[in-house]
Design a protein around this ligand. Sequence first.
Ligand SMILES: Nc1ncnc2c1ncn2[C@@H]1O[C@H](COP(=O)(O)OP(=O)(O)OP(=O)(O)O)[C@@H](O)[C@H]1O
Length: 282
Amino acid sequence: MPAPDLDTILSVKNLSVRFGRHAKPAVDNVSFDLKAERLGIVGESGSGKSTLGRALMRLLPPIGRVSADTLTFDGTSLLEAKEKHMRTLRGNRMALIMQDPRYSLNPVLPIGKQVAEAAILHLKVRKAEAHQMAAAMLERVRIADIERTMKLYPHQISGGMGQRVMIAMMLLAKPRMVIADEPTSALDVSVRGDVLKLLDELVRENNAGLMLISHDIRMVAAFCERIMVMYKGRVVETLTSLEDARHPYTRGLIAAMPDLHTPVRRLKTLDRNAIDAVEARP
Ligand SMILES: Nc1ncnc2c1ncn2[C@@H]1O[C@H](COP(=O)(O)OP(=O)(O)OP(=O)(O)O)[C@@H](O)[C@H]1O
């Protein structure tokens, strides 16, 4: 028997997700491993990126049917784990950061309390210690004037600050795997880079694995060592550099994303016939 690879955080073999018995799979036979690295998942809208992320967190609605040969996270089979175990894994060992902090944060709770409650829940610490941990973590995500800011409600802070609060809350317990699903697309362009840099910094510090889900292949390429390209639920290629892109779909995604250094007059659209012809090859 081959020795287990101790560095592997997540192992996925032939993962498929179907919404309804006769529907085409939203995620179709996807296989990959995640180590303490940054893995980008890119693809156009509807390619199955979010469904993949949610399947890994076991957060799909009951209509979503998951099947896989292997789905192992940190030694636990996500196919077999009881829901109670999943609840301790989520937020503790695995974290999901979503697009818009306004929908993820509790609107009726001051942000300091929310972060402290995450510490009480996941780290089983007492109130005073949780408050201190929350303050330290908020400082770590560069929130200024901590004690005053902790008393503010989510609607009183900016989107960029809200996303930094989410990151503080999600990374408090030092999870092994962080799935960030379009974490900056609801934010002002001017703060996107800062939020991503911060996320990257904290994930590296914890020696965790990051899955960065986005439709923006150039942004993903700037942050990730590997990029998995999804089309109609399948992985069409995995790249370490955009220059290696061979698949017409990936090339289409690259061409469709404006590059600050080479301005284009018209944004290209994807040539679906060429893409499907390549996909149809045995
Ligand atoms: N709850 C659901 N019920 C039925 N179908 C769903 C559900 N969630 C996702 N799907 C379908 O699964 C497919 C993949 O959707 P998914 O949201 O994963 O794509 P995506 O690549 O994340 O797109 P986006 O970038 O727009 O979020 C789509 O065809 C979508 O309609």
